[in-house]
Write a protein of this length. Structure first.
Length: 253
């Protein structure tokens, strides 16, 4: 036997996050206590480390295509998976949206009759880097699902804004315009305007919430755009560190 075989196994004595002493049983299993906040921090660290290992493997797989230098510099961005299924627009979904449009148009008339101020200016969508189109198109609108329970976030001000945007427009015309854009087929369980080619509404007709929203992945893209506007990206769709699919977005694609 070597001397190393007689060395005792060193086990943690305190939580690596809060510093509280660990029981002997807990120390045999991991270096974190049972406090929810510590377990959450530990879980996040383990996920980061697992994803970092997966990202290194994915970069190595791109060496034949990009070369070692470009593949090694790939920025890897993870997005949450979600299943989409196109279905014929359910009649109850269409009717509920039409009822909502009629209701908010009525509220807009009441506001106008009471001398309320004109509709606020439209919120412009924040500029996004080149790779964002690839990310959003591949994701296929996970965030759009929230619009299912909020009538696409459309309110009286949005219809009023449409009506005031051109001569001869009315609130009844706004209701008709929004109703006309309901797609024949949409993503099941998602926003009524979530069709097979994305949002069926023009950018200026979308709600301020939709034009402003950015998922975690899109925010990461935005924050990286200034430092590296021409970066190559590898999008990874996966739950935890399990890879369900990848999409390469490079300067040449």
């Amino acid at each position: 036997m070597t001397g190393a075989e007689h060395l005792p196994i060193r086990r943690p004595t305190a939580c690596s996050w809060c510093g509280q002493p660990l029981s002997a049983l807990r120390a045999m299993r991991r270096d974190v206590c049972e406090r929810p906040s510590c377990l959450q921090q530990h879980d996040r660290r383990m996920l980061r480390e697992s994803r970092a290992r997966v990202a290194a493997d994915l970069r190595a797989q791109q060496v034949p295509r990009l070369g070692r230098e470009r593949a090694g510099a790939l920025r890897v961005l993870w997005i949450e998976p979600h299943a989409t299924r196109l279905v014929d627009m359910p009649e109850d979904v269409r009717r509920t949206q039409l009822d909502h449009l009629t209701r908010v148009a009525h509220l807009a008339r009441l506001a106008a009759d009471e001398g309320a101020p004109a509709a606020p200016p439209a919120v412009e969508a924040t500029a996004v880097p080149r790779a964002a189109a690839g990310l959003c198109g591949w994701c296929a609108g996970r965030c759009c699902r929230f619009g299912a329970d909020h009538h696409a976030y459309l309110e009286a001000g949005h219809l009023l804004r449409w009506a005031l945007a051109g001569p001869g427009r009315t609130l009844d015309g706004a209701v008709a315009a929004y109703a006309e854009r309901l797609p024949a087929r949409h993503v099941e369980g998602s926003c009524p305007y979530h069709g097979e080619r994305g949002c069926a509404l023009e950018r200026e007709m979308r709600s301020d919430t939709c034009n402003r929203h950015a998922c975690d992945g899109l925010r990461e893209l935005r924050s990286s755009a200034t430092a590296a506007p021409q970066a190559d990206w590898l999008f990874v769709m996966g739950a935890r560190a399990e890879v369900l699919g990848i999409r390469l977005d490079t300067r040449g694609d």
